[in-house]
Each structure stands twice: as C-alpha cells, then as structure tokens.
Design a protein around this ligand. Structure first.
Ligand code: PLP
Length: 368
C-alpha cells in the first residue's frame, strides 16, 4: 500500500519538470570551482541582472519586514503605462509560469481541452495534466507552430490555446499574418495565450497585444527572467482584457510576488541600457554560433530568441560529456528531441568555451 492511492491521480501521473542543472550542484558533483562552470542551459541573461534593479533591490531589503504590496500597484502601473494600458489589464505572477497556472486554475477542468504545438514549452502539458484536462498536441512542421492546424483543433471543449512566440525550445516565431488569420477563427469560449518570454529579442516581433486592446479573450505573457536578467526573482506578468485579468486576480495568492522582486522589476523596466546591451550581446553571439555551426555542417533551427536548438546526435550523451568539462547545456529528450541539445547564447568567452567543448565531445564521439 502506498500513499499514492490517496493522492490526486493527475498528480501521480505527472513527470516533474526538470530544470537546467544548477551550477552549484554541478560543481559539487565534479569537484570544480563554481566560477569555472559555464551554464548555458536556461536561457538566462549572460550579462547578469539589470544594474538598476540591483540598486533598487538593495534599498527594498530595508523594508523586508513589511508584507509586499499585494496589489503590486507601482509595478503594475509602470507596466500598464509602458503599453498604454490600464492597471486592470495587468496581472503579476511569481514568474510568468505562475500566470500559466492561474490561467489553468481559472479555465481548466476535467472536461476542458488545452491546445499547444508539438514542440511547445513543456509547462503547458504539465499544467493541463495537473488540472485533469485533455492536452491536444498539434504537429508543428519545421518546428513552427501551425496556427491553421491549431485553429482546426478547436472544439466546444477547448478553453486554452498556447502560442509560445518565439517558442522555447525551438526559437521559431509565427508571423503577424498567421496570427491574424488564426484570431479571425477563434470563437469566444476560447482564451488564446501568447507566451512572449522572448519578445524583446527579435527585431520585429508580431503584435499580439492589439487583441488585448480589442478586448478579445487573449492573455499575453511577458517575463523579467530573460531580457532583464532577473530569473532568480521569479516575476512575470500577463496582459489581458479586463474581464480575463479580473478572473486571474481571483485565482492568485495574496502576496504572490515578493517586495524585492517588485522593486527590482520596476527598476529593470526602465533600464533601457541593460536591455539594449543584452540584445546586442545576443545578436553577436547568435551570429557567432550560426557561422560556426554552418562551418561544421551541424544542423540547427534558426532562432529568434536567445538560444539555439542544435542537432548533435544523442543529446543526453552530449549533455553528460559536456557537463564533465564544466559546460551545462540542455538535453532535449523530454521534448521528444533525443538527438538535439539546446544552448543559450552567452557572452563571447562563454560561447567560445561552449563551442570548444562541443567540438571536443563530438570529435570524441566520432572517433569512438
Ligand atoms: C523562460 C520562459 C518563461 C519564463 O518563465 P518565468 O516563470 O517567467 O521565469 C515562460 N515561457 C517560456 C516559453 C519560457 O521559455
């Protein structure tokens, strides 16, 4: 007899999310100095946190004995202003991942269906499973979301459709035209979620916010974890029509975003210098990898984000072998891509090191 029989079946059925391997853990296991390890496994900002955010967070520490502003007034107002929206359109989350959960709390049940692309971010599937909903996976030829096929998959039971744009782990992006054609077909009982965690990286991303402004049942997700370099803080937000946002507010915990995170995020939002630097380092790193991979005849998926999906053969092994040399990448078997690894774009020295180690691992495999 096990306690499992008393647990929610959907929880028992879950396979827990496996994050990028932490630097400290790797250092402990390999007996290495943490400072020598290169982690390019979680699409974090290689330049670190926004410097303005660091200053604001240090100040906020002085008030750490006071509960945070549960309504997140200052941060939500600043976000709303930056998009010409109202406070009532903005929902804060403990990472944008929490907004995904709030959407599921609000709209999913055992009769509901959630639609996502075959190689979409795995958290959508985890959440659908957790809430006992049916997960409907739509093929994505060439690793690009097929929005026509996703519209075809909508039924009376569909409640949520997730479009990660650019998508993780593929780095692909759908066009404005594809989005517009899709939105023209979406009925009123369906909420469309545009997960735009990497929105700031492409040069001309499509505009999904216009559908929020039109009052459609749309939620656009953004995060402070990537371009702003604040992944450790866990802060993200949803931009939604007032009616959707009001429901999401009811589903969250009273103080879901801590005060240090709110202060850091508020400062980061205004740190255009850090944003521009990050974009520029990413652009240079992406060009470096594209050239290097082409020269090696290594297949990769052209990416609009801050990472690349690379076909190395046996990704689990490449991950393990690179790890031994202190470089942490992400194996993709949990994404049904056993022959691929995902590598985040780092600083120039990190990129060089990572490529050097990848070369040595692939050479050793070829020689074996
Ligand atoms: C990184 C990422 C997020 C951000 O998650 P947070 O909870 O905000 O850190 C969301 N969606 C996708 C697709 C991502 O890759």
């Amino acid at each position: 007899m096990t306690i499992d029989q008393y647990a929610n079946r959907f929880v028992c059925d879950l396979v827990a999310y496996e994050p990028g391997k932490p630097i400290d853990e790797t250092a402990r296991e390999l007996g290495l100095d943490p400072s020598q390890i290169v982690k390019v496994a979680s699409n974090e900002n290689p330049l670190g946190p926004s410097p303005l955010a660091k200053i604001a967070m240090r100040e906020a520490l002085e008030e750490a004995h006071i509960y945070p502003d549960g309504g997140g007034y200052r941060l939500r107002s600043a976000i709303a202003d930056s998009f010409g929206m109202e406070l009532s359109n903005v929902v804060l989350g403990n990472g944008s991942n929490e907004i995904i959960e709030l959407l599921c709390h609000t709209f999913l049940n055992r009769d509901a269906e959630l639609i996502a692309a075959k190689h979409a971010f795995v958290v959508y599937k985890l959440m659908a499973t957790l809430f006992g909903a049916k997960y409907v996976e739509v093929p994505d030829p060439g690793f690009v979301h097929d929005l026509d096929a996703m519209a075809d998959a909508i039924t009376d039971k569909t409640r949520l459709v997730f479009i990660a744009n650019p998508n993780n782990p593929t780095g692909t992006m759908v066009s404005q035209q594809a989005i517009d054609r899709f939105m023209a077909r979406v009925p009123a009982h369906v909420i469309v979620v545009f997960d735009e965690a990497y929105f700031e990286f492409p040069d001309s991303p499509p505009d999904a916010l216009k559908y929020v402004r039109e009052g459609r049942n749309v939620c656009v997700l953004r995060t402070f974890s990537k371009i702003h370099g604040l992944a450790a803080l866990r802060v993200g937000y949803g931009l939604a029509s007032k009616s959707v946002a009001t429901l999401l507010q009811k589903a969250r915990q009273p103080f879901n975003v801590n005060a240090i995170a709110q202060a850091g995020a508020l400062a980061a939002l205004a740190d255009t210098e850090h944003i521009e630097k990050t974009r520029s380092v990413n652009r240079a790193g992406m060009a470096f990898y594209e050239e290097a991979l082409a020269a090696r005849n290594l297949e990769y998926v052209p990416s609009f984000a801050n990472f690349l999906l690379i076909k190395t053969g046996d990704g689990d092994r490449v991950f393990r072998d690179m790890l031994k040399q202190g470089v942490i990448v992400r194996a993709m078997s949990s994404y049904k891509l056993p022959d691929w690894v995902r590598i985040s774009i780092g600083t120039e020295p990190q990129n060089r090191r990572c490529l050097e180690v990848l070369d040595s691992v692939l050479a050793a495999t070829a020689a074996a």
